[in-house]
Every structure is written in C-alpha cells, then in structure tokens.
Design a protein around this ligand. Structure first.
Ligand SMILES: [Zn+2]
Ligand SMILES: [Zn+2]
Length: 388
C-alpha cells in the first residue's frame, strides 16, 4: 500500500515537473530569452544551494513545481501555480502583457489566468524595472559600481550589484511550509512571513517570500510585496550591506517603491518576517495627513531614533513613507546624496561603519538640505498639508 502511494506521488511529481520544463513563450530559445530580458530559465545557484541539475536543485527545494529565471541583476525561483487576474488589475496586466507580447509573440491576449511562466516573465520584467527605478532614485547606474573597491575613488561598496558581489535573489514559494523549510535550511530559523537574508559567503541578498496567503494569490498584491522586499534588499546592498540602514529611511523607501506600483498596498515588518498589512488604509494619503498633522507622532525628530523595524509601528511606517516621498519628489538630488552618505559611512580606519547613525543623519540633513530635524518636519508638514 505504502509502495503504491509513493509511486503515485513520484508519478504526480514527475508529471507536474515535466509539464513545466520548457517555457511556452520563449521556448528556451536564446534569441527570445534575450529579447525578453532573460539570460536563462535554467536553475542557477540560489541562496546557499550550489548549481546542479534541475532534478538536484528541485530535490533541495521543497516541492517539484519550480520555474526559474535569471536576468541581468536578478535570479528568481518561482513555485506558485497559475493566478487569476484581479479585475482591479486588468488594465495594468493587459498593458504589461502587450509589452511582453511585442517581445514574445505567443503571449496570450487578455487571458483569464496567468500561468507560472507568464507570471515569472512578468516578475522578471517588473523586477528589472524596479532595479532601474531604485537606481534612478539613488542617482546611480551600473557603471558606478566597480567589481572591487578602488582606492582613491569614492566608496561604492564591493561589487557590481549596487555594491554587493552577486545578483539579487527572489525565492517565491507556493506554501508557507516550503518557505519555512527553505528559511530553516538557509538561515537556521523557520520564519512564517517573508525573510530577507544576506548570504555572506557570496555577498548577495536574497528574499524568500511565501505567496500562499489569500492576498498574494494574484499578482496585483504579490508584486508590490515583492517590490517592497526587493527594495529593502537593494537599499541594504547599496555600498555593501555592512550595517543596518536607519529604519525610517529603509522602510520609507521600500514603501515608496511599493506604493508607486499599488498605492493601497502596504507591507509591514513583523516579528515573524515581512507581511502584507491587511488593514491598510483605503486612502493612505488621507490617513497619513491626518496622522502627520495630529502631532501624535513628532515627525522625523522622533523617527530618527527608531533603532529597528519593530520600533516603527504601522502608523510610523506610513509617515516614513510620506517623508521619503516628500524628499524624492521635492528634493531628489539632495535625497540621493543624503541616502548615499548614510549608506556608505566609513570609519577612521577607512572601513564601513554604522556608528552614530543618528548624528550622521543630523549632519547630512544639514549639509544636503540645510535643515535640522525640526526644520525638516516643518517643511514636510507644509508639503503634507498641501497634498491633495
Ligand atoms: Zn520564457
Ligand atoms: Zn519593509
């Protein structure tokens, strides 16, 4: 009985995996892969897993139904199945599919469902677009990041990927059990919600994301959540992840990128990893305005002192979003200099140092904006008052 059962499982697993071997859109054709911004659909070394055959790779990851994509800056492993297109997302998805169809002619017109390869291609395209957008906000490009730190040049970290040595990785699981097994293997802890991890040996950042919850079943909500996590990875990597960036700045930027994609999406940092806030305000601007002008939170003069993400309550995180939004929209150049200086502080010995980040931020606020934290708050509140 047991043997029969096992045999059935093996057959079912094999059937599923073999159906998913070849991408129906680019057909693993080199020219089509390149046209759609992909280097390969083959599994490559993700996390601490070495490269291997697909079978070896799939045996190491829980579940047989993985599909893979590697782009110029990203490596993606994706396990969820097909998703329905949310009606609220129909126009946006159709526009994305139109762009993808120009590159891959067999992409369907207005499909009811998106199959895993289509979802993967869209995540790859959108992920690269996010990479460009974060670089635009930080006013940097790939050319600014040498392979190694160069003496006599401004410090930019230790590698080509914003200051890290290797690409950014996204592992998107179909079940929480898969995600927990993966985080246990990678980090030695079982985490329920999304986990970001610096793989020290390879100098790369990875985000492991469970896409099992109802709110992540379709890409309207999943992608903003991916973007939030990827932005954190990118900002941490910027000029090398040598110390934790100030939480208000890190969170504010991640929320800014997430909300550029979907205004009402809001990812929260929890004790058990990063999750989507299901009680997110339906009008975040109105909520932020009410809170920011209420005096309940003092503003940056208060948020500067938050030492970690758990000290940023959902309310304070919402305000951090508007603060970073204000800086990007009204003082973009100065914001980029501020963020770069805060991320790349060097100690007296010339090594990266996360010492006295509050003092550093006060100094850089004065240098790049001519503001004290109190003056920042006045300017930000005036902007928030006039907003909509
Ligand atoms: Zn493909
Ligand atoms: Zn966050």
């Amino acid at each position: 009985m047991l043997v029969v059962w096992l045999w059935c499982v093996v057959l079912a697993g094999f059937g599923l995996a073999s159906d998913r071997r070849v991408c129906p859109y680019c057909k693993d054709d080199a020219a089509l892969l390149a046209a759609s911004g992909l280097l390969t659909h083959a599994p490559t070394a993700i996390g601490a897993l070495g490269a291997g055959t697909r079978e070896e790779f799939e045996a190491k990851l829980v579940g047989p139904a993985w599909v893979f994509a590697e782009t110029a800056h990203l490596r993606i492993a994706f396990a969820p199945g097909p998703s329905n297109v949310d009606q609220g997302d129909r126009k946006a998805i159709d526009a994305e599919l139109d762009k993808l169809r120009a590159l891959l002619p067999s992409v369907p017109v207005k499909p009811k469902k998106l199959d895993p390869f289509l979802r993967l291609h869209l995540i790859a395209l959108r992920g690269e677009r996010l990479y460009e957008r974060v670089q635009e906000v930080l006013r940097v490009s790939d050319a600014d990041f040498p392979e190694q730190r160069e003496s006599g040049k401004p410090y930019m970290g230790n590698g080509r990927f914003l200051g890290e040595k290797d690409k950014f990785e996204l592992v998107i699981h179909a079940t929480v059990a898969q995600h927990r097994a993966f985080t246990r293997e990678l980090a030695g802890v079982e985490v329920t919600d999304a986990l970001r991890w610096h793989v020290n040996s390879a100098h790369k950042l990875l985000a492991s994301i469970p896409a099992a919850e109802a709110e992540f079943k379709d890409d309207r909500w999943l992608f903003p959540h991916i973007a939030h996590n990827l932005t954190h990875s990118m900002f941490c990597a910027y000029k090398h992840y040598s110390y934790e960036p100030p939480p208000w700045l890190d969170e504010g930027l991640a929320l800014a990128m997430e909300k550029e994609i979907e205004l009402v999406a809001q990812t929260l940092e929890g004790e058990e990893g990063t999750l989507r806030d299901v009680k997110t305000p339906s009008d975040p601007w109105a909520a932020a305005k009410k809170l920011g002008l209420s005096g309940k939170v003092k503003g940056l003069a208060e948020l500067l002192y938050a030492k970690n993400h758990t000290e940023l309550t959902p309310e304070r995180a919402l305000l951090a979003w508007t603060m970073v939004r204000f800086l990007i929209d009204e003082h973009g150049e100065a914001f980029a200099r501020f963020a770069g200086d805060v991320k790349g502080q060097l100690g007296p010995d010339g090594r990266p140092s996360g010492a006295n980040l509050v003092d550093l931020q006060r100094e850089k606020l004065r240098e790049h904006f001519q503001w004290t934290p109190q003056q920042f708050d006045e300017a930000w509140k005036a902007w928030l008052t006039a907003k909509r």
